[in-house]
Write a protein that binds this ligand. Structure first.
Ligand code: NAD
Length: 261
């Protein structure tokens, strides 16, 4: 547990499922006031709010598309109007789609870049504006992927968006370090969330993924949420501009395991 998170105001984008949901739940368990952003009611954001409240936590929901400037402004405004400020911004919302690059339309490219990369930019910028205006030594955490490092054929737009997030994070970390605003990045490997549900429903495809993970299992959303709360807490007070890989060793050349190579 991180006592420094008690009472902090945290906004999490894409928080109605998968990693965002686990992150929202963990912050609430730490005593933070959580703004749960969601895209559509189909995502059932009320379930997340109900679960948090049933466990004694505090949370409110707001619809918003992170690729839209106006919506991201609304999300930050909502946090300030509801809970008085914003201390932590988690830019988690993201999408992916498998498309060979020769078939990748500009529309599909733009959709992924605008959600994953532009969404992280807008969320970071709005959070920084609030933090600078109110002298808040806040924390911004972006959700990248091992694919900011590992090239991924058929996912060129996704890999490009995550590569962009890496340098966005590092640049903002440097730009706002002297203001006490920390900006960090998390790079999950393969985690059991709805984004992978179809793939992991196929036992062979799931085994192919597990074979790429030295620790030998698909990660759990809670294992990513644990990284996020640590980065947001005062325990990470001297940490900025990093990518924290939470990938079971996936980026450590698994094909060299057991003395191969
Ligand atoms: P998920 O599909 O369960 O969650 C993504 C959430 O983002 C959904 O709730 C969705 O509604 C929301 N979203 C999508 N577009 C949005 C938009 N325009 N505005 C607001 N919300 C939007 O998947 P997840 O695995 O929880 O993914 C969360 C993040 O983690 C993504 O950025 C993803 O790229 C990243 N990631 C996931 C994995 C993994 O293995 N699950 C690995 C690496 C990185």
């Amino acid at each position: 547990m991180y006592p420094s998170l008690k009472g902090k105001v945290v906004a999490v984008t894409g928080a109605s499922s998968g990693l965002g949901k686990a992150i929202a739940q963990r912050f609430a368990a730490e005593g933070a006031k959580v703004v749960v952003n969601y895209l559509t009611e189909d995502d059932k954001p009320d379930l997340v709010i109900e679960e948090i409240k049933a466990n004694g936590g505090e949370a409110s929901k707001i619809q918003g598309d992170v690729s839209q400037e106006h919506d991201v402004k609304r999300i930050v405004q909502f946090a300030v109007e509801t809970y008085g400020t914003l201390d932590v911004m988690v830019n988690n919302a993201g999408i992916q789609a498998e498309i060979p690059t020769e078939e990748l339309t500009l529309e599909s490219w733009n959709k992924v870049i605008q959600t994953n990369l532009t969404g992280a930019f807008l969320g970071s910028r709005e959070a920084v504006r609030h933090m600078l205006d109110h002298n808040i030594k806040g924390s911004i955490i972006n959700m990248s992927s091992v694919h900011q490092q590992i090239p991924w054929p058929h996912f060129a737009h996704y890999a490009a968006s995550k590569g962009g997030i890496k340098l966005l994070t590092e640049t903002l970390a440097l730009e706002y370090a002297s203001s006490g605003i920390r900006v960090n990045n998390i790079a999950p490997g393969a985690i059991d969330t709805p984004i992978n549900a179809e793939k992991f429903a196929d036992p062979e495809a799931k085994k192919d993924v597990i074979d790429l993970i030295p620790m030998g299992y698909i990660g759990k959303p809670e294992e990513i949420a644990a990284c996020v709360v640590w980065l947001a807490s005062s325990e990470a007070s001297y940490v900025t501009g990093i990518t924290l890989y939470a990938d079971g060793g996936m980026t450590k050349y698994p094909s060299f395991q057991a003395g191969k190579g």
